[in-house]
Design a protein around this ligand. Structure first.
Ligand code: C2O
Ligand code: CU
Ligand code: CU
Length: 478
């Protein structure tokens, strides 16, 4: 039942369709049966993170691979996903960015009893929004995501989007030992109170990056997803001009990124339309230059020798169809503020975080190194979390997030997409909706959302070490 745009549509077929007045492809996804049933088995496995020659690395997998299988769902169509736990410890699956019923959100104890070893859990939801999402463990998140429990989730638009190919790069990074195995030491104080567990090997779709072969003139819809625990990336496509068409699954005004850099913090997704404007046989680096002094070539666009597919840019709109997001009513909004505190300051001192426990060994053994509004919730979620604030169903929440720390934090909200209004007092262009908003040190952002979905919802930093060490809170919608 899976519909793969890249295989089911020939270039010639697409070209013919695109030449018509309206770009309505004759090739449509086959109709789904009323029941869309999937099964995911969580368990140990092996992956070739060190390249095809190996050695292979012991990892945790969804149905045998990391990342797990690409789930292609249909907008507005119910799906039922049975997750079987073949690990020796509890797990859950969180469907990151999908607006779904709270009981399906996958937060241990807060929204469901964790799935014990040998147990199953059936997730059922109907994705309202088309776009690029992902799924990952939300139990012992730092270790479980760090050992591989993440996978891509695509919700297809109702009508195919005009592009010659639809590709996805799910980025993961791994801290590997010299013999190519996943290093222990998850949750060290150094990582927890500073930049988090940044690894030493980056993979694309679970493999050491190889060249991407492309054809001159083609338009690729490229879905970028950062599934790293802590690594931020800033991608530059040398010799190319990517156009951003969606952020965190939500369509935006098509625009070129500032400085040509695509900045993706952990959990963020960006969909781009990439016109292959290089010449046949040419090569162009894709460079990650987020960290000063750690600039590297992630992969290379390698043009085949074929003559250009077309001589002008594809003359089809890049804009994606809008998703049915409720519009915030700012005039009547209820205001809340979240202040991010803690972390290591200059001179190796930990910033004071009020009201927290375990100051002696910050970041170790579940102790706190961070706080939100003076309170540190550590771990992955639990039943006893007192909500930071409560919203009446249907109300617009105007949320200010202030980063008082010296570190970067991609702040993620479960269950909602946020309309980002401003950053450091300046309005944000391009009408962006995001479920994960990156704050640079000392940044303040303002955003808004309609609290249309009842339940207990997490709000946390998606640098996994930061979340585990206190940069997490909960709010409640009645
Ligand atoms: Cu993708 Cu609570 O996280
Ligand atoms: Cu989430
Ligand atoms: Cu953080």
């Amino acid at each position: 039942m899976k519909y793969d745009f890249s295989h089911s549509i020939s270039r010639r077929g697409f070209f013919a369709a695109a030449a018509g007045a309206a770009v309505s492809c004759s090739l449509r996804p086959a109709r789904a049966s009323t029941e869309d049933e999937r099964r995911i088995k969580v368990g140990p496995g092996q992956a070739l993170l060190n390249g095809a020659e190996g050695p292979s690395t012991a990892v945790w997998t969804y149905s045998g691979t990391t990342p797990g299988p690409t789930l292609r769902l249909r907008q507005g169509q119910p799906v039922r996903i049975t997750v079987e736990n073949g690990l020796d410890e509890d797990t859950t699956v969180h469907w990151h960015g999908i607006r779904l019923p709270n009981a399906m959100d996958g937060v241990p104890d807060l929204t469901q009893r964790p799935i014990g070893p040998g147990e199953n859990f059936v997730y059922e939801f109907t994705p309202p929004d088309a776009g690029t999402f992902w799924y990952h463990s939300h139990a012992d998140s730092l270790v479980q995501i760090g050992r591989g429990l993440a996978g891509p989730l695509i919700v297809e638009e109702r009508e195919p989007v005009a592009a010659d190919r639809d590709l996805l790069w799910l980025l993961q990074d791994w801290r590997l030992t010299s013999d190519g195995q996943i290093a222990g030491g998850f949750g060290s104080m150094m990582d927890a109170s500073m930049s988090g567990r940044v690894g030493n090997a980056v993979t694309i779709n679970g493999a050491a990056p190889a060249d991407l072969s492309v054809t001159a003139g083609e338009r690729v819809r490229l879905r970028l997803a950062n599934a790293c625990l802590a690594r931020m990336v800033a991608l530059r496509f040398e010799g190319h001009r990517p156009v951003i068409v969606a952020v965190d699954g939500q369509p935006c005004d098509p625009h070129e990124p500032e400085d040509g850099r695509l900045v993706l913090a952990p959990a963020m997704r960006i969909d781009i339309m990439l016109d292959m404007q290089g010449g046949p046989g040419s090569r162009h680096a894709v460079v990650d230059d987020f960290y000063d002094g750690l600039i590297y070539t992630l992969t290379t666009l390698a043009y085949d020798k074929a003559p250009p597919l077309r001589h002008h840019l594809l003359d089809a709109p890049r804009r994606l169809p809008a998703n049915p997001l409720p519009a915030p009513d700012l005039a009547k909004a209820e205001r809340h503020e979240i202040v991010l505190q803690g972390g290591m300051m200059g001179g190796g001192k930990l910033a004071g975080v009020g009201g927290m426990m375990g100051m002696a060994m910050p970041g170790m053994n579940g102790a706190a190194a961070w706080a939100i509004n003076g309170m540190s919730m550590t771990g992955d979620g639990d039943a006893g979390m007192a909500p930071q604030f409560t919203l009446k169903r249907g109300v617009t929440c105007h949320l200010t997030v202030r980063n008082e720390t010296a570190w970067w934090h991609p702040m993620h909200v479960h269950g909602f997409s946020l309309s980002v209004l401003s950053r450091n007092g300046l309005p944000v262009p391009h009408r962006q909706w995001q479920d994960t908003v990156l704050l640079a040190p000392k940044d303040t952002i303002e955003c808004a959302f309609v609290a249309d979905n009842p339940g207990d919802w997490m709000l946390h930093c998606h640098v996994a070490d930061h979340q585990m060490a206190g940069l997490m809170t909960v709010f409640h919608v009645t």
